[in-house]
Design a protein around this ligand. Structure first.
Ligand SMILES: Cc1ncc(COP(=O)(O)O)c(C=O)c1O
Length: 342
């Protein structure tokens, strides 16, 4: 029973099978293979427009390279104070942009608002200030919530008005798509998103993410940036085939739907424990909850995996479900928390 993260899982069998099949014979290198070519077509169908696709191996690379494509060294990236780019990427966005400034915003429920951006947005052209360049949002957010299409569109409109690029960290994009029952296009370019870090690793891939560029004007020199960052894999077919299998037959949505259902089930059960308090609405596959110390101790003693969250002694936890989470493990965890486990 391990709810530490959605990357403690293995890979989906369908993706492993596709990798084995792609292992047959030889293929052109550095993304010139047939699978990589098909992948661009497949993503273009899913997003209902022609897109550029850059597979990479980690979410950090996807974020840092996408942001670097639209942010000069003297630029500002407006983001949430708890965002992965701000808290968990060891300065990679700053490194790959050549020193751009991340401007963390403290907003409720993991979601930045146009008003919060506008409050700190400076006029461009003043030589003393870092120059407004981009907004980066996470979908699903680091609080486990999701931006609605309207909320994204409001940020998209602001970005357009002020000449900023809008980037989306979609490490859990599939979970957001199924949570909102919205089209990938409505959640991205139709709402003004220019670049998306499309996640797959957390939801069934072995190690594969893709930078999706919707606006050709935002393509910049991404091809060179990816090569320079060491993410132009010579055997690119193995990254591309993971993404192809992930999309095939809606596997990405099926996996995410399961993860979200397991989170809803776990959240409902834990929230009914005496003294429990959900810290954020549970909208996808992450649960943030405060529990009495005795309950936490019981869960720990039973070997249930989770992270303690927030300030020490606060009793706040993060639990994450995944495509492979078993309902019986969810139910057993709830039973332990309620003290009814046998
Ligand atoms: C919101 C978010 N973005 C991006 C990532 C990707 O990180 P990694 O570089 O570990 O693949 C993660 C993983 O934890 C994440 O939670």
């Amino acid at each position: 029973m391990n709810f530490r993260s959605d990357n403690v899982t293995g890979a989906a069998p369908e993706i492993l099978a596709a990798l084995m099949a792609a292992n047959e014979g030889t293929a052109a290198s550095y993304g010139a293979d047939a699978i990589s070519t098909r992948l661009k077509q497949r993503f273009s169908e899913i997003f209902e427009r022609e897109v550029a696709v850059f597979p990479v191996a980690t979410g950090t690379a996807a974020n840092a390279l996408a942001i670097a494509a639209v942010t000069p060294p003297w630029g500002v990236v407006y983001c949430h104070g708890e965002s992965h780019i701000q808290v968990d990427e060891c300065g990679a966005p700053e490194f790959f942009t050549g020193g751009a400034k991340l401007m963390p915003l403290e907003c409720a429920d993991g979601k930045i608002t146009p008003a919060a951006v506008e409050a700190v947005l400076v006029e461009p052209g003043i030589v003393h200030s870092a120059q407004p360049a981009s907004i980066s949002i996470s979908q699903v957010t680091e609080a486990g919530t999701v931006y609605t299409p309207d909320e994204i569109a409001a940020l998209g409109a602001l970005a357009k008005r002020r000449g900023l690029a809008l980037h989306m960290d979609g490490a859990r994009f599939a979970n957001a798509v199924v949570a909102l029952n919205a089209s990938p296009a409505d959640l991205t370019w139709r709402a003004g998103v220019d670049l998306l870090s499309f996640g797959a690793t957390k939801n069934g891939a072995l190690a594969a993410e893709a930078i999706i560029v919707f606006d050709p004007a935002r393509l910049g020199d991404l091809a060179y940036r990816r090569k320079r960052a060491g993410h132009l894999f010579s055997k690119m077919r193995f990254l591309s085939v993971q993404l192809e299998a992930y999309l095939e037959g809606g596997l990405w949505l099926r996996n995410a739907r399961h993860a979200n259902r397991m989170a809803a089930r776990l959240a409902e059960g834990l929230a009914a424990t005496r003294g429990a308090k959900l810290l954020y609405p549970v909208q996808a596959n992450e649960i943030f909850i405060a529990l009495p110390e005795a309950v936490i101790a019981a869960l720990e003693a039973a070997g249930v995996g989770f992270y303690r969250w927030g300030a020490p002694g606060e009793g706040s936890l993060r639990l994450v479900t995944a495509f492979s989470t078993r309902a019986e493990d969810v139910d057993a965890t709830i039973a332990i928390a309620r003290g009814t486990a046998r």
